[in-house]
Design a protein around this ligand. Structure first.
Ligand SMILES: Cc1cc2nc3c(=O)[nH]c(=O)nc-3n(C[C@H](O)[C@H](O)[C@H](O)COP(=O)(O)OP(=O)(O)OC[C@H]3O[C@@H](n4cnc5c(N)ncnc54)[C@H](O)[C@@H]3O)c2cc1C
Ligand code: FES
Ligand code: FES
Length: 482
C-alpha cells in the first residue's frame, strides 16, 4: 500500500484507494471516480439530503457496529479510512431484489421524479436498522434532512410505516469482521504535493502536530468546513482530523458534570445533555438534521463560534466551560469568557478544544431553550434563546438568559438577568426584563429576520418561558402529525 492509500469497505467489499486530493468529497469519489451515480448531488452543502449515505463503524462503547447517516457531499474521502460506507447500490432484499425499504417506497408510491429517492431510502434504511418500531415523530425526525419537491411526504411516511412488514438478511457480525480487517493501527498521514492530511489516534500526537502546524485547519465533522471547500472553493493546505483521536471521542459522566470530548458528535452529546436537561430536547431535535448531527461535533459548533450557533446559548446558561489544550498544557475557560468578538475567540495559536464540561442538572432548576427559525427542521436560527431559573418561593434566586442571533457573538442578556434576579417571578418583572432586553442588544437585519423582529421575538420568547414555567402553555412548541 502506498503512503497515500486509504482502506475502507464499500457495500461489503474492501476498497483501497490512493488519495489524490484530501478534500475530495465522498460524493465526488462515488459519482465521478467510481461512476456510482445512485447517490445524487442536489445542493452540495448538507441541506437537501439527496447525497445521504450510511456509515458503519465499530461501536466504541459496545464493540458491535454503529450505523449513521451522513451527507456525502460535504464529507472528505480520507475520513472514511477504517469505516464502511453503504450506498443505495448496496441495498438488496433476501432474494437479491429490492430491499424492504425500497419495496415499501414502490408500494406506497413514494417516488415521482426520483431525484430525492436514494437519499430518502438511505435515511429510511438507517431507521429500519436502528429502530424497530418508530413513532410518527421519530419517523419525521429521521427524515428531517431529506427534501422532496414533487412527491410530497405523506407516501414516504407511509413507506416508513410499512417497510417493517418484510425482513432483510443483515448480519452484523459479517460487517464487524470486515471492519476489523480494515482498521488502521497507527496514524494516517497523507501528503499530496503541498497538501497534507493527518489523522492521529492519540491526543498527545494530535496536540504535538497542531502545536507544530498552528496554521493547519482542524477538521472535525466537516459540516462547516465542507462548505468552505464546496461553496467557497477554498484550498486547505494542512488538515488535522479529530475523528480518530480516542480521547477526543470520549464522553463520560463525572459526579458534578458531563465531560464531552472535543470530537464527540452533536447527536451523542445531545443525548447526554438532554438526559440531564429534558427541556433542551426540542432544541437538539431541531439542530440541523440527523446526518449533520451525526457528523458534526459539539466541539466544532463551539469553536466555530457562529453568532447563530445553537448549542452555545444553552451551554452558557448551564455554566459550561471548555478545557483547551496546547501541546501538553491544558487550561479551563468558562464559555461566557470564550468569545471576544465576531469570529474572535480565546484560542491561542496551536490550541484546541479538548473537552467541554457541562454541569449536571440540579433539582429545582428549570432549563429551557427556544429556537426561532423559518422552518421547523433543518434551518439556521434567526434567534435562539436559553434560560435557567431557580426560584425561592416566588422570588428569583438565580436567572440566566443567553441569546444567539442578537449580537456579534452568542452572549448573556446581562441587563435582563439583572432585572429578574432577586425580583418576584411575576408578569411585572417580565415586562421590566423585556424592556431591559432592548438595552442589552442592538441586533442587525439580515435575510433571516429584521432587527425589529429579532428583538420582539426574543421578548416574546422570554414571555413564553414565563408562561411555560407557570404551566400555562405547552412546552412542546410544535406537535407532529396532527
Ligand atoms: C445543512 C446544515 C445545517 C446546519 N444547521 C445548524 C443548526 O441548526 N445549528 C447550528 O448551530 N449549526 C448548524 N450548522 C453548522 C454546523 O453543523 C455546526 O457548526 C457544527 O457543530 C460544526 O461542527 P463540525 O464538527 O462539523 O465542525 P467542522 O466543520 O469540522 O469545524 C468547524 C470549525 O471548528 C474548528 N474546530 C472543530 N473542532 C475543533 C476543536 N476540537 N478545537 C478547535 N477548533 C475546532 C474547525 O477548525 C473549524 O474552524 C449547520 C450546517 C449545515 C451544513
Ligand atoms: S447534495 Fe444536498 S445535502 Fe448533499
Ligand atoms: S420524487 Fe422528485 S424530488 Fe422527491
Amino acid at each position: 500500500m502506498s503512503m497515500n492509500t486509504i482502506r475502507f469497505v464499500l457495500n461489503g467489499n474492501i476498497v483501497e484507494t490512493e488519495v489524490a486530493d484530501p478534500t475530495r468529497t465522498v460524493l465526488q469519489f462515488l459519482r465521478d471516480d467510481l461512476r456510482m451515480t445512485g447517490t445524487k448531488e442536489g445542493c452540495a452543502e448538507g441541506d437537501c439530503g439527496a447525497c445521504t449515505v450510511v456509515v458503519v463503524e465499530v461501536d466504541r462503547r459496545g464493540g458491535g457496529v454503529e450505523l449513521k447517516t451522513i451527507n456525502s457531499c460535504i464529507q472528505f474521502l480520507p475520513t472514511l479510512d477504517g469505516k464502511e460506507l453503504l450506498t443505495v447500490e448496496g441495498l438488496h432484499g433476501k432474494d437479491g431484489g429490492l430491499h424492504p425499504v425500497q419495496q415499501a417506497m414502490v408500494d406506497q408510491h413514494g417516488s415521482q421524479c426520483g431525484f430525492c429517492t436514494p437519499g430518502f431510502v438511505m435515511s429510511l434504511y438507517a431507521l429500519y436498522r436502528t429502530n424497530p418500531d418508530p413513532s410518527r415523530q421519530e419517523i419525521d425526525d429521521a427524515l428531517a434532512g431529506n427534501l422532496c419537491r414533487c412527491t410530497g411526504y405523506r407516501p414516504i411516511i407511509a413507506a416508513a410505516r410499512s417497510m417493517y412488514d418484510a425482513s432483510d438478511d443483515w448480519d452484523a457480525q459479517q460487517h464487524l469482521d470486515v471492519l476489523h480487517e480494515v482498521q488502521r493501527q497507527g496514524d494516517l498521514e497523507l501528503e499530496v504535493g503541498r497538501r497534507r492530511f493527518f489523522a492521529p489516534r492519540g491526543v498527545a500526537a494530535f496536540a504535538a502536530l497542531y502545536a507544530k502546524h498552528p496554521d493547519a485547519t482542524i477538521l472535525a465533522g466537516g459540516t462547516d468546513i465542507g462548505l468552505w471547500v464546496t461553496k467557497q472553493h477554498r484550498e486547505l493546505e494542512t488538515v488535522i482530523y479529530t475523528g480518530r483521536v480516542e480521547e477526543l471521542l470520549e464522553l463520560h459522566t463525572a459526579d458534578s458534570h458531563l465531560e464531552i470530548g472535543g470530537a464527540v458528535s452533536i447527536a451523542a452529546a445531545a443525548a447526554a445533555i438532554v438526559e440531564q436537561y429534558p427541556g433542551l430536547d426540542e432544541l437538539f431535535r431541531r439542530f440541523a438534521s440527523p446526518p449533520i448531527r451525526n457528523a458534526g461535533t459539539l466541539g466544532g459548533n463551539v469553536a466555530n463560534g457562529s453568532p447563530i450557533g445553537d448549542s452555545m446559548p444553552a451551554l452558557m446558561v448551564l455554566g459550561a466551560s471548555l478545557v483547551l489544550r496546547r501541546g501538553e498544557k491544558e487550561r479551563e475557560v468558562g464559555l461566557d469568557d470564550f468569545y471576544h468578538d465576531y469570529q474572535v475567540n480565546d484560542l491561542q495559536p496551536g490550541e484546541f478544544v479538548a473537552r467541554i464540561r457541562v454541569p449536571r442538572a440540579r433539582a429545582g432548576v428549570r432549563v429551557a431553550s427556544h429556537k426561532w427559525s423559518k422552518r421547523f427542521d433543518q434551518d439556521i436560527s434567526a434567534v435562539c434563546t436559553a434560560y435557567s431559573l431557580e426560584l425561592d418561593g416566588d422570588t428569583v434566586a438565580r436567572f440566566r438568559m443567553a441569546c444567539g442571533g442578537m449580537a456579534a457573538t452568542v452572549r448573556h442578556a446581562e441587563r435582563c438577568e439583572a432585572a429578574v434576579n432577586g425580583a418576584h417571578w411575576s408578569e411585572a418583572t417580565i415586562d421590566r426584563a423585556c424592556a431591559a432586553l432592548a438595552e442589552d442588544f442592538t441586533p442587525i437585519s439580515d435575510m433571516r429576520a429584521s432587527a425589529d423582529i429579532r428583538l420582539v421575538a426574543v421578548q416574546n420568547l422570554l414571555r413564553r418561558f414565563w408562561l411555560e414555567s407557570r404551566g400555562e402553555v405547552d412546552e412542546t412548541v410544535y406537535t407532529y402529525g396532527r
